[in-house]
Ligand binder design. Structure first.
Ligand SMILES: *Cc1c(COP(=O)(O)O)cnc(C)c1O
Length: 376
């Protein structure tokens, strides 16, 4: 006798962990000053846009991409300092690289480890691949808790350890010697994936040190340097590891327009270096302006950041981070409210460093919001 179907169609077909999930929410940002997503506020100059347009007009849209992406990868290796004899694998954003890693490492009982709070996609993509994610809390000052990391590595023996450096959403920079200690601790256990999404704004990189460590993987994206819309990430590791990751990559994952645009723009990198330089300078200005504001309001704290965003903590008895966030929205300024994403981020907002004018506007509005509730 046939079993009666039970539950709804979605309940019968869709995995329970998917049914239980909530959709990744991206707020409507139309007409807003957008300080929520670490985008570079500077577009391309008109002359470059015109040349790029003419270049893209020649792309053969009726053909599939050549799935080796050999020419683009060679250019990336050359321009972004990939060690000689090392190659890269390309992803549709580094989000896709993270998901390839999860799928490639999804053995039964495998564990993916990361300090938390960190970039949410490590946990999300582990979960989608059916792999258990374990988060090791940062210290209260949001720096890495190294002893807790070693303990968790011994206890869980993870297949993959993710280290976003600088970390999102904290902006914290993990010193190189700590990363090396962790790579060594993981040597006979699993991979250490250093996610350098904020490399253009950061003081260093593990990329040159790849040849020293068989279990080191370095991942980057062009999103934060000014090309978030292109959706292109690249990742390097030993040839043996890359060969396996390649088997998981959908053959045509990077579309021909992205491939061509990146190929073209790699010949104009000085433009992006100059913009990154300007954003780093603006970061210092924004930090000192926020510190001035915090002198008037003891309950505002700015965490150190080596990325193109700042994490600020509002511990005011009269107004909380969520209320500040909502009042900023009323003034058409969108930041990221991370205050309810992790206990260590209670009262915290994440703010992208933007143009001088937008940063000034943010400071002005924040000042008005906080001054309406004097605490000192
Ligand atoms: C933004 C970000 C990414 C995602 O990059 P895409 O290439 O845009 O997918 C990856 N890692 C970290 C830490 C990020 O902050």
């Amino acid at each position: 006798m046939k079993n009666e179907p039970s539950g709804s169609l979605t309940e019968r077909v869709i995995r329970a962990e998917i049914l239980a999930k909530t959709l990744y929410h991206v707020p409507d940002a139309s007409n807003m000053v957008k300080l929520d997503a670490m985008e570079n506020p500077y577009g391309l100059p008109a002359s470059i846009r015109a040349q790029l347009g003419a270049y893209l007009a020649e792309v053969t849209l009726n053909r599939y991409p050549i799935p080796t992406y050999r020419v683009l990868k060679q250019k990336i290796c050359h321009q972004f300092g990939i060690p000689s004899k090392y190659d890269v694998i390309l992803g549709n954003g580094s989000d896709e690289l993270i998901s390839m890693l999860s799928v490639a490492c999804a053995k039964p009982h495998a564990i993916i480890l990361a300090p938390v709070p960190t970039f949410v996609m490590y946990a999300v993509s582990a979960q989608l691949a059916g792999v258990q994610f374990v988060g090791v809390p940062l210290q209260a000052d949001l720096r890495l808790d190294l002893p807790a990391m070693f303990e968790a590595i011994e206890l869980h023996r993870p297949s993959v350890l993710y280290l976003a450096n600088p970390n999102n959403p904290t902006g914290n920079w993990i010193p190189e010697e700590q990363i090396i200690q962790l790579i060594k601790a993981m040597a006979d256990i699993g991979l250490v994936v250093v996610d350098e999404a904020y490399h253009p704004f950061a003081p260093g990189s593990m990329m040159p040190r790849l040849p020293e460590f068989a279990n080191l993987v370095v991942m980057r994206t062009v999103s934060k340097m000014g090309l978030a819309g292109l959706r292109l990430g690249y990742m390097s590791a030993s040839p043996a590891l890359l060969a396996e990751f390649e088997k998981v990559r959908p053959p045509y994952n990077v579309n021909v327009l992205t491939e061509a645009a990146m190929g073209f723009l790699l010949d104009h990198m000085s433009l992006f270096h100059a913009q990154a330089q300007q954003i780093r300078a603006e970061r210092s200005v924004l930090i000192s302006d926020l510190k001035k504001l915090s002198d008037a309001h003891t309950n505002l704290f700015v965490y150190p950041s080596e990325a193109n965003f700042l994490l600020i903590k509002i511990s005011d008895s009269l107004i909380n981070a969520e209320q500040v966030f909502n009042q900023l929205i009323e003034h058409k300024i969108l930041v990221k409210n991370v205050s309810r994403t992790h206990v260590l981020l209670a009262d915290c907002l994440r703010v992208t460093v933007s143009t001088p004018a937008e940063n000034q506007l943010f400071i002005q509005v924040l000042c008005n919001i906080l001054c309406a509730h004097p605490t000192k």
